[in-house]
Design a protein around this ligand. Structure first.
Ligand code: 5GP
Ligand code: ZN
Length: 117
């Protein structure tokens, strides 16, 4: 069973409908919505409905939910007419993760540079 939602988790609140978000896809075990501080013309977050701190922990406990994140990224790209996209899992303090609830960034709508810098 998934760990209980901490009551200060912003993504748990969005999943619960307690704070609003611009939802672009509702999956069985994931929810996709627009990032409020977009880093590209299209910037969507795909979050798990269950609360795990990292994508790795989610994949360990709920592999199908982690896989669904990737499938949803593809659906979002199609829906948004993206010619390509970047998927990012910021993980841990030095990985740039600010919200400790598993989420996938889907970025596109412009040419994504590599290396990212
Ligand atoms: P992280 O740095 O943890 O990988 O990314 C967290 C992301 O969540 C950030 O890009 C931030 O803009 C986004 N974010 C934080 N709070 C909210 C919110 O309340 N609503 C939405 N839609 N995005 C949020
Ligand atoms: Zn959470």
């Amino acid at each position: 069973t998934a760990p209980e939602c901490p009551d200060d988790c912003v993504f748990c609140k969005i999943v619960a409908g307690d704070i609003p978000a611009e939802i672009v896809h509702a999956g069985e075990s994931t929810l996709a919505f627009r990032d409020t501080n977009p880093q590209a013309p299209t910037h969507v977050l795909v979050v798990s409905r269950s609360h795990y701190e990292t994508a790795a922990e989610l994949a360990h406990h709920e592999p199908m939910s982690a896989a669904e994140m990737l499938v949803v990224a593809g659906k979002v790209a199609e829906q948004e007419g993206m010619a390509g996209y970047r998927m990012v899992f910021n993980t841990g303090r030095e990985g740039g993760q600010v919200v400790p609830h598993a989420h996938l960034h889907v970025l596109g709508g412009r040419s994504m540079g590599w290396p990212p810098g």
